[in-house]
Write a protein that binds this ligand. Structure first.
Ligand SMILES: Nc1ncnc2c1ncn2[C@@H]1O[C@H](COP(=O)(O)OP(=O)(O)OP(=O)(O)O)[C@@H](O)[C@H]1O
Ligand SMILES: [Mg+2]
Length: 274
């Protein structure tokens, strides 16, 4: 366990209590018409860590991620969350139990304000349908928590702007706030910095690190600068199999990993994806 995890554990957030490994895949496979995209993968995510999944194009990252978040059904194998077999659980039920994929609740409503967006996510969490008809004062009870969440992602000062007015990087921050409204224990992020300019990458990386302070994060990420900066553990996927796992230093020196990225130095792994 590294220092950050020790600090995290010392605060004993309710989102961090439970078995050492919050998520586990056992012999997980997915075949598409006979093509094996994910091949008998055994995989564990340690509670309180930031775990990154990397690998060259077509390695099976998205497929694996979609299996873990239940957007795809495995061909074989099992998935365990909080020590329970959830292989046949619905994504919605899992989200209520704390395994939340970012952007799961179809991101944000562009014509609503930031505050309204987060409020809707909070209502979702409380099990209410989108109760637009509820008296305003009932909905306003959610505002303090909504403002806290906006503050957590650096958007409090823009609470009354509409989502459509936000630049791209800030939209992702808002999506993160609506995801946090669901109180995830394990937050799953699919390429959180994809398509971003340098400044936004830095901002979102920092945000992920901040929100990971009292929860577990698993992310697919191509940007090696991001991975090397914040990931505690990195799993490298190639042709549907995990070929290496460890810290950035460990995996970037691993000959199989260097080979997987076609002999490129690992400092440049990110450039594969432009
Ligand atoms: N629905 C599908 N039907 C058939 N083949 C698929 C399907 N989804 C993925 N594949 C194949 O499975 C392999 C893994 O794809 P996947 O998208 O999981 O890779 P990836 O690691 O996410 O790649 P990238 O870095 O390009 O996002 C690829 O060869 C892809 O063509
Ligand atoms: Mg992908």
């Amino acid at each position: 366990m590294n220092t950050r995890q020790e600090q995290v554990m010392a605060t004993v957030s309710p989102r961090l209590v439970g078995p050492d490994f919050i998520l586990e895949a056992r012999g997980l496979s997915k075949a598409f018409l006979g093509f094996v995209a994910v091949d008998e993968v055994d995989f564990k995510v340690r509670r309180g860590s930031i775990h990154a999944l990397i690998g060259p194009n077509g390695a099976g990252k998205s497929t694996f991620f979609n299996l873990l978040t239940k957007f795809l059904k495995p061909t074989s194998g099992s998935i365990h969350f909080e020590g329970e077999d959830v292989t046949h659980e619905s994504p919605a039920r899992l989200a209520r139990n704390g395994l939340v994929r970012s952007f799961q609740i179809s991101a944000t409503f562009p014509h609503l304000t930031l505050l309204q967006n987060v409020r809707i996510a909070l209502q979702h969490r409380l099990g209410a349908t989108f109760a637009f008809w509820k008296p305003a004062r009932t909905l306003r009870r959610l505002d303090p928590r909504a403002m806290e969440l906006l503050d957590a992602v650096g958007l409090a000062s823009l609470a009354h702007a509409t989502a459509a007015q936000l630049p791209y990087g800030r939209k992702r921050a808002l999506e993160l706030a609506t995801t946090l409204a669901l109180e995830p224990k394990l937050l799953l992020l699919d390429e959180p910095t994809q398509g971003m300019g340098h400044e936004d990458v830095g901002m979102v990386t920092e945000l992920i690190q901040r929100v990971a302070a009292d929860r577990t994060v698993l992310m697919v990420e191509h940007n090696m600068a991001v991975v090397s900066r914040i990931a505690d553990t990195i799993s490298v996927l190639q042709r549907g199999q995990i070929i290496a796992e460890g810290s950035y230093d460990e995996v970037s020196r691993n000959p199989a990993v260097i080979e997987a990225y076609m002999g490129k130095r690992c400092d440049n792994l990110g450039s594969q994806h432009g």
